[in-house]
Design a protein around this ligand. Structure first.
Ligand code: SF4
Length: 325
């Protein structure tokens, strides 16, 4: 962990207990996140990518304390915040202010009965930030920063388009002056042209507001332009992590290679060999033995189904969990 490290997640596990049947007392678990380690430096953007059910959103929720970790550590600004019940109320409030989230569906995350000005005012008021007049000025400032006008502050969420609502979500996250923003599929619900606008907006705001981002997405194409580093997750584990350019030009894990092969290329002269994976992602209730990817891996070999590969350095900052390396 370097002096610049803002967030470090060490061997984080989130297991949800489930009962086998209604009357059964046998406890089973959904291994949503099953031992991931990641770091995020100040000012950096980490993209977390994987198919639905790989645990990426649960990992983000655990960092934000919206779900309780089963094991592992979450270190934020050098302090262990894994168990927030041992923190004082004041410390928890500071953490809530410093870590914000942008949701996938901006509409359902906005109160339909409140005008925009009120939506942006409430978090600042709860945290006791600024006087009434200062809050009013700050709301106008934030609206301009995200590409809306202060006059639109009197409107209600249903009067905005999907892209504008996501801009409101970003303004609300910025209102508390956070240092870390977790974007949970922040553009997946938007049209492709609007996706690019929102990604560009997030990139513009990053330097100005001194932000670090964790951007969660199921599509490598979405995080390509915004990420400094990317972590690829499969069934609750990180299977590959690398600086974004290296990951896109030299993917090592067969799963990453398959994900990249699915990204459409705009140039019709460029042919990309699509790798089609067989079957669906196995259930996180009953992950396969050995390498969890082996039932779908086109390059599996003797031993992959028995011995679990560990995430290790392939070269420089590139890490992969695969017996091929
Ligand atoms: Fe495929 Fe084996 Fe590598 Fe797993 S360890 S990704 S099964 S080659």
């Amino acid at each position: 962990m370097s002096a610049e490290t803002l967030l470090a997640v060490e061997n984080l596990k989130v297991h949800f207990p489930v009962r086998k049947t209604f009357l059964s007392r046998t406890r089973r678990f959904v291994y949503a996140v099953n031992g991931i380690s990641l770091t995020l430096d100040k000012g950096e953007t980490l993209g977390i990518v994987g198919e639905s059910g790989c645990g990426k959103t649960t990992a983000g929720m655990a960092v934000l304390n919206l779900v309780k970790p089963t094991a592992g550590k979450i270190i934020f600004r050098g302090n262990d915040i894994s168990d927030r019940s041992v923190l004082s109320r004041a410390e928890r409030l500071v953490l809530r202010k410093e870590m914000q989230i942008i949701f996938q569906d901006p509409y359902s995350s906005l109160n339909p009965r409140s005008p925009l000005n009120q939506i942006l005012d409430v978090p600042m008021r709860i945290h006791g930030l600024y006087t009434k007049n200062e809050r009013k000025d700050r709301i106008a400032y934030l609206l301009e920063k995200v590409g809306l006008s202060p006059e639109q502050g009197r409107r209600y969420p249903h009067e905005f388009s999907g892209g504008q609502r996501q801009r409101i979500g970003i303004a609300r996250a910025l209102s508390l002056d956070p240092v870390l923003i977790i974007g949970d599929e922040p553009v997946s619900a938007l049209d492709v042209s609007i996706q690019a606008q929102i990604i560009n907006l997030l990139m513009d705001l990053q330097g100005e507001f001194d932000l670090s981002y964790v951007i969660i997405a199921h599509d490598l194409a979405v995080v390509e332009h915004i990420s400094d580093r990317i972590a690829v997750m499969y069934l609750g584990k990180v299977v590959e992590t690398a600086p974004y350019r290296e990951l896109y030009t030299s993917p090592l894990h067969p799963y990453t290679q398959a994900l990249l092969s699915a990204i459409p290329v705009a140039d019709p002269r460029v042919k990309r060999n699509r790798i089609i994976l067989n079957g669906d992602v196995p259930s996180p209730r009953d992950p396969p033995s050995g390498c969890a990817f082996h039932p779908r891996c086109p390059r599996k070999f003797e031993g992959c189904d028995r011995i679990e590969p560990q995430l290790g350095a392939a070269e420089n900052a590139h890490q992969v969990a695969c017996h091929l390396y």
